[in-house]
Write a protein that binds this ligand. Structure first.
Ligand SMILES: Cc1cc2nc3c(=O)[nH]c(=O)nc-3n(C[C@H](O)[C@H](O)[C@H](O)COP(=O)(O)O)c2cc1C
Length: 195
């Protein structure tokens, strides 16, 4: 069974985490989920769904789901010997991007990302902030130079859709695609079937 790590931080855009996790939960995969404290709070604020209730719901689907405490540095995802296909950080705050770029670790999410970079495992980061300061841009450049894919949550305006959900699915689908996961969220958009 394929394994993925999904990091959720306190940047705006929790709906992307919701759509992406719901989609992955319906597949035959192992999902290792790490949400920061602010990730859980912003998720709840933006979606209206308590984090623990959301995790309980997706646990009833097909995938095998592991939900970690961000302080649990003994968790297996903290180790390079635990092999995964890819890690996605959706959405990624500037604070977390900075910590990963500097390599200070300090929590499980940053440690898992650090491990992906050193082991050359695919790492997809969806950073959300506007406008971006030079500090943000420098950190994102560092991450890109270290091998991470930087995929900001930018809508595909060329799809000419005025449907918010479809825009979100399109972005979530592209993040999955960048992590090597073929999916119909993205395919729909790509083939013009979204409307
Ligand atoms: C409602 C809300 C929205 C936020 N949106 C963003 C954002 O889009 N980008 C960002 O970098 N920080 C955002 N923040 C601030 C982060 O939550 C804050 O920097 C936090 O320390 C990030 O911690 P984390 O990286 O451990 O999740 C937001 C905070 C709140 C309360």
């Amino acid at each position: 069974m394929k394994r993925y790590i999904i990091g959720v931080t306190g940047a705006s855009g929790s709906i992307l985490a919701k759509v992406l996790l719901r989609y992955l939960a319906g597949t035959k995969a192992e999902l290792h989920i790490i949400a920061t404290d602010m990730g859980r709070k912003v998720f709840e604020y933006e979606t209206g769904i308590p984090w623990t209730a959301f995790i309980s719901t997706i646990k009833q689907k097909e995938a095998e789901i592991f939900d970690y405490e961000n302080q649990d540095m003994f968790a297996r995802v903290a180790s390079g010997s635990f092999q995964v296909e890819a890690m996605m950080i959706v959405p990624c705050s500037m604070a977390t991007a900075a910590k990963i770029a500097v390599g200070t670790g300090g929590n499980l999410l940053c440690r898992a990302a650090d491990v992906c970079l050193k082991e050359k495992t695919r790492l997809v980061i969806s950073p959300r902030e506007a406008p971006l300061s030079s500090i943000h841009l420098k950190n994102l450049l560092t991450l890109s130079e270290c091998g991470a894919v930087i995929l900001p949550p930018v809508p595909m305006f060329y799809a000419n859709s005025d449907n918010y959900d479809e825009m979100v699915y399109g972005i979530a689908g592209r993040i999955l695609k960048s992590a090597g996961i073929d999916n119909d969220l993205y395919t729909k958009w790509n083939s013009g079937k979204a409307n």
